[in-house]
Ligand binder design. Structure first.
Ligand SMILES: C[S@@+](CC[C@H](N)C(=O)[O-])C[C@H]1O[C@@H](n2cnc3c(N)ncnc32)[C@H](O)[C@@H]1O
Length: 347
């Protein structure tokens, strides 16, 4: 299948592997000290991995004496009792679930032509990815759940009231995918956003409440149009692999990108038209929007931005600015640039 239209790259897809989400962990970097503390405090009678693969997570917890372990998998070749854990999980009383469920977005299943084989698991559920179906099943079966899931969980609509902590993992966990992941610890009770803690590796960053306060909300002012080939402001929405190559706003002429390639669906590089913004003010608006973006990244430890596949050369996760955040930053920078806080489009 085509993996990059821009680069005209094709790759063979292992349909079975994709449909099963069978990417196995190869290191134990996910078992950060706070995750281990959470598991110990849960006093598990046993640990269950309903998507056990070759049992790597179970080996990691068994090696730390966390209790007897049991695994299940849909694939008989894995050597565990066969269960369809996306349909239902039966965990013994007092069991804690530790797992790395299959990840497969519905749209990606359609694109990779495996949707027919997995669609029934989504039936009647609002979820957009199989890992969310798996989380639903795990949370119904156990009071405590530790799950390695895509980092996009952070900004997803998945209910977070039982989340105790989210640990962003930048170390490479898998050999065969560079999907950015995090470890989510769910407890038995609902807790307020001020008691849900975000970490990167072992470092505590901020609470969900603090993160929510930082999310930039666009006011929806008219006069700012994204994906407009005639735009005066460019946006490179994704960090490059070079450390200095950060996502940023630029003046359109500095974008070095063919205007013809800007489409309504462009998400990574685009041009933005700001009605009524005089040419002499563009540089100032770009500078202010970039300063606000960098300040936001620092305050939120980058977590207001979405993860993007792979790390940069310094081993730091690459990030993407979504257009809602970019619009909010630009709205403010333009209003300041007008010098008098007038609405964009006021001339
Ligand atoms: C991402 S792998 C995780 C393996 C293991 N936990 C690890 O991290 O090494 C997902 C595993 O879930 C299994 N799986 C996929 N769909 C399943 C289902 N409906 N029920 C049970 N296991 C399933 C796959 O066969 C695969 O082994």
């Amino acid at each position: 299948m085509l993996v990059s239209a821009a680069a005209d790259r094709w790759a063979a897809i292992d349909a079975e592997k994709v449909a099963r989400g069978a990417y196995l962990t190869r290191t134990h970097a996910w078992l950060a000290p706070q995750v281990l503390r959470f598991l110990r405090a849960a006093q598990p009678k046993s640990i269950v991995d309903p998507f056990a693969g070759d049992g790597d997570l179970l080996r990691a917890v068994a090696a730390r004496g966390l209790g007897p372990v049991r695994g299940f998998d849909l694939d008989p070749a894995r050597g565990f009792p066969v269960r369809d854990s996306l349909a239902r999980i039966d965990a013994p009383r007092g069991a804690v679930i530790v797992t790395n469920p299959p990840f497969l977005a519905r749209h990606s299943a359609a694109r990779k032509r495996v949707l027919d084989g997995v669609e029934h698991w989504f039936d009647g559920l609002p979820h957009a990815d199989l890992y969310q179906v798996a989380l639903d099943r795990c949370l119904a079966a156990a009071s405590h759940v530790v799950a390695i899931v895509p980092e996009t969980f952070v900004h997803s609509a998945f209910p977070k009231h039982r989340v105790a902590s989210v640990t962003v993992i930048e170390d490479r966990l898998f050999d065969d995918t560079d999907q950015p992941v995090c470890v989510v610890c769910f407890g038995p009770e609902s807790r307020p956003p001020s008691r849900r803690i975000y970490y990167r590796s072992r470092r505590k960053l901020l609470t969900q409440a603090a993160l929510d306060r930082l999310l930039p909300e666009p006011a929806g002012r008219p006069g700012i149009r994204f994906n407009d080939p005639a735009g005066q402001i460019g946006l490179r929405a994704v960090d490059g692999v070079g450390v200095a190559d950060r996502a940023r706003f630029v003046q359109a002429r500095e974008l070095r990108y063919d205007r013809e390639r800007i489409k309504v669906s462009s998400r990574l590089v685009t041009l933005i038209r700001v009605e009524g913004l005089a040419a002499r003010r563009v540089a100032g608006v770009v500078a202010r929007a970039n300063a606000a973006l960098e300040a936001l990244r620092e305050r939120s430890h980058d977590l207001v931005l979405s993860p993007f596949k792979g790390n940069n050369h310094a081993g730091v996760r690459r990030r993407r600015v979504d257009y809602a955040a970019a619009r909010a930053l630009l709205e403010r920078a333009v209003a300041e640039g007008m010098g008098d806080g007038r609405a964009v489009g006021a001339g």
